[in-house]
Design a protein around this ligand. Structure first.
Ligand SMILES: C[S@@+](CC[C@H](N)C(=O)[O-])C[C@H]1O[C@@H](n2cnc3c(N)ncnc32)[C@H](O)[C@@H]1O
Length: 280
């Protein structure tokens, strides 16, 4: 798949190329246990309607489509035409007629979802941290939900807690550069700190607030989450001018030198929210 511009031609910081498509697939595999646990607490059932906000290539949406089954419906929304085309092609190949993709800005869900009936579930994973106006996303999700429907969010607060242990200067610098690169186009690696008040402002009741704090050691499957992240993202940091090629080289030397018997990486904490739209 070739990199393709997003709908508004704004350059999304992580990109939408083949490297990111593959990384998102691995990421979903490694984090799907948390997604399924959260969907269970949101009581996802066959026959329901689910919305995947910022669905990317559709990895979570494929699972949701299997959970709601053919009597239900899943709508994935993403600004990347290439990702939405991937979702549609996979939905067709897998016979998931209940899964549809819409290209659009998640900050304008009312427009994007015009004509759609209300949803029992809305899911937003790792998208609020990249948008300038997360309140607009939550407002749109609240409007899209049926009374009693639930919004589930997985996202970051204190992303910069990610560290190599023992600490490495090169690692700390690259993590700080990453947070800067998200903030510049209007994202917020601390967004989950604002979410509870945004939910309340848009009439949603917070039912569950949890964290998933994990570490990864070289050789473990979760190690591939950090390894694939840095493999794909440090070249982007160099291109953005956030780190120099020398800093990138130094980082990868240090990263590749981390040892399974003595070293580990503290992963960025993933926060989980389940919020409910009141019945009236
Ligand atoms: C890190 S990916 C996560 C994808 C998916 N939620 C997942 O967990 O696999 C973030 C996604 O948000 C999308 N995105 C970022 N800003 C957006 C916006 N304003 N409107 C729609 N999609 C957006 C990107 O195109 C990308 O697919």
């Amino acid at each position: 798949m070739k990199p393709t511009a997003n709908v508004d031609e704004r350059e999304y910081v992580l990109g939408t190329g083949a490297d990111e498509l593959e990384r998102l697939g691995l990421q979903h595999r490694l984090w799907s246990d948390a997604a399924h646990q959260a969907w269970k607490s949101a009581r996802v059932q066959p026959g329901q309607r689910a919305l995947d906000i910022g669905c990317g290539p559709g990895y979570a949406a494929f699972d949701l489509a299997q959970l709601v089954q053919s009597a239900g419906r899943v709508v994935g929304v993403d600004e990347s035409r290439a990702f939405v085309e991937h979702l549609r092609a996979q939905a067709a190949a897998r016979g998931l007629t209940q899964l549809a993709g819409r290209v659009g800005d998640v900050q304008k869900l009312r427009e994007v979802l015009a004509g759609e009936a209300p949803f029992e579930l809305a899911y937003a994973r790792w998208v609020l941290c990249f948008v300038p106006d997360p309140g607009a996303v939550i407002a749109g999700a609240a409007a899209a939900l049926a009374p009693g429907g639930r919004l589930v969010i997985h996202d970051y607060f204190n992303y910069e807690c990610m560290t190599a242990a023992p600490r490495r200067e090169s690692f700390t610098r690259v993590v700080a550069a990453t947070a800067r690169s998200w903030r510049k186009p209007g994202g917020d690696p601390d967004v989950m700190g604002r979410v509870p008040s945004l939910l309340a402002a848009h009439g949603l009741e917070l039912e569950r607030l949890e964290v998933h704090q994990r570490i990864a050691r070289p050789g473990e499957s979760m190690w591939q989450w950090v390894a694939s992240w840095w493999r794909t993202f440090t070249p982007k940091l160099v291109k953005l001018g956030e780190i120099s090629p020398a800093e990138e080289r130094r980082f990868h030397e240090d990263f590749d030198g981390l040892r399974a018997d003595t070293d580990f990486v503290v992963l960025p904490t993933v926060f989980e929210v389940v919020a409910r739209k009141p019945l009236r």
